[in-house]
Design a protein around this ligand. Structure first.
Ligand code: SAM
Ligand code: 2KA
Ligand code: SF4
Ligand code: MG
Length: 214
């Protein structure tokens, strides 16, 4: 059984693929935070901007098979996509608690390219086409390579220097809690300063927060 908080069609807002039309599948649950506010301060990941508890969001639910969930996600992709390859982003919560080979095969069988947003603490199944790892605090990484490393900045327990030699194509810093419609005065300035001083790192802004889409 797959537990999905919400599933929706939007543009990828972050990282190297920002701007790409995507079906987002947000799985319920995470291994680094319960999702309850009273647990936030004692959790490994304390700055999460996402509600991933339950299955009650738009397009969410419980799916008893990979084919059932894959059909549901295919239904979110526009019928006429004018030759574009369908693209799904599995996120959460922590998608690697639930994403398995059966679902990867079911999405590939429907023509999808598969992206994953993960905290990097769990080993990914084979077949993912775009792997984005976003390390959290003092957690231990089970993944040391992939397409993009996207570090939320700043995190005192996870400085960029810890990750700069890992095996990724792209290295992004994403300011923590970028405010909608504008600048968070402090984390944005700190992130800009780090990228300017250390050109291996590029800036990732959460464009959906700035522009006000999902
Ligand atoms: C909600 S997480 C879900 C996927 C996975 N659990 C992870 O942490 O990568 C999706 C993305 O949002 C980022 N994110 C979460 N909270 C954020 C915040 N307050 N400010 C900036 N980015 C944030 C995460 O680092 C991750 O790259
Ligand atoms: N537009 C948009 N882009 C995103 N990229 C990663 C997201 C996530 O929550 O994983 C996200 C999201 O929630 N919305
Ligand atoms: S690991 Fe990802 S989903 Fe889990 S609490 Fe942190 S940002 Fe949120
Ligand atoms: Mg998000």
């Amino acid at each position: 059984m797959y537990h999905v908080k919400e599933a929706f069609y939007t543009l990828q807002g972050e990282g190297a693929r920002a701007g790409r039309a995507s079906v987002f599948c947000r799985f319920s649950g995470c291994n680094l935070w319960s999702g309850r506010e009273q647990d936030r301060a004692t959790s490994v990941c304390q700055f999460c901007d996402t509600d991933f508890v339950g299955t009650d969001g738009p397009g969410g639910g419980r799916f008893s098979s990979a084919d059932a969930l894959a059909d549901h996600l295919l239904g979110q992709w526009p019928a006429r996509s004018h030759g574009a390859t369908p693209y799904v982003v599995f996120t959460g919560g922590e998608p690697l608690l639930q994403l398995d080979t059966a679902l990867i095969e079911a999405m590939h069988a429907r023509g999808f390219e598969i992206a994953v947003e993960t905290n990097g603490t769990l080993a990914p199944p084979p077949g993912i086409d775009w792997l984005c790892v976003s390390p959290k605090g003092a957690s231990r990484l089970a993944v040391t390579g992939g397409d993009e490393l996207k570090l939320v900045y700043p995190q005192s327990a996870a400085p960029p220097e810890r990750f700069a030699e890992l095996d990724f194509q792209h290295f992004y810093l994403q300011p923590m809690d970028l405010a909608p419609q504008g600048r968070d005065g402090t984390t944005l300035e700190a992130t800009l300063a780090y990228c300017l001083a250390t050109p291996r790192w590029q800036l990732s802004l959460q464009t959906h927060k700035i522009a006000g889409f999902a």
